[in-house]
Design a protein around this ligand. Structure first.
Ligand code: HEC
Length: 151
């Protein structure tokens, strides 16, 4: 009995895993998901940018928490920019799909900067944290300038 139960759970887990890897999500869903990840990056980066610019009081605990979220969120949107999505209405410029090499560099840049932010946020050195928040903001902006429609 016990074994059969384990086998059933294993089959279920494998089924879910295979579905996640193999099933091709619909382009509309991929766009929604990447926009959701971007929206959350905006949510958790916004307060940090305000602190770095002196528009909000510095709060080391919020910085640590949001930096941890961003370290993960900054790795999420990218598989949503699949070539199958290029005809779905969105703010991604068509050049993004024909310039994947350059997009990938901008993606790595963001991932490196958010990871660095997470690391410096643990040290509590306010000046270093603020400088690194600026570096993350520039990494967001560099890609938006290049690959995102103005609106
Ligand atoms: C490698 C390119 C790239 C980087 C880096 C990047 N973005 Fe974006 N972002 C885009 C593109 C392209 C869109 C438009 C996506 C769409 O409409 O499907 C977008 C859209 C957004 C949106 C609007 C979401 C919506 O629902 O329309 C927000 C908010 C956003 N980004 C925030 C951020 C923040 C904050 C960062 C940095 C922490 C960041 N982005 C980094 C390319 C990037």
């Amino acid at each position: 009995m016990k074994n059969r139960g384990t086998a059933a759970v294993a089959a279920l887990v494998l089924g879910v895993a295979a579905g996640g890897v193999l099933a091709q999500a619909k382009p509309e869903i991929l766009v929604k998901q990447r926009q959701a990840a971007m929206t959350l990056q905006g949510k958790y980066f916004g307060p940090l940018a305000a602190m770095a610019q002196g528009k909000a009081p510095y709060n080391a605990e919020v910085v640590k928490r949001n930096a941890g979220f961003l370290d993960n969120l900054s790795r999420m949107p990218w598989d949503g920019f699949d070539p199958s999505t290029k005809d779905v209405k969105s703010r991604a410029k068509p050049e993004l799909y024909s310039n994947m090499g350059e997009a990938k560099q901008l993606i790595s840049r963001l991932e490196n900067e958010t990871h660095k932010l997470y690391e410096v946020s643990q040290s509590g050195d306010e000046a270093a944290v603020k400088a690194q928040i600026g570096a993350v903001g520039k990494a967001c902006g560099a890609c938006h300038d290049k690959f995102r429609e103005k609106q």
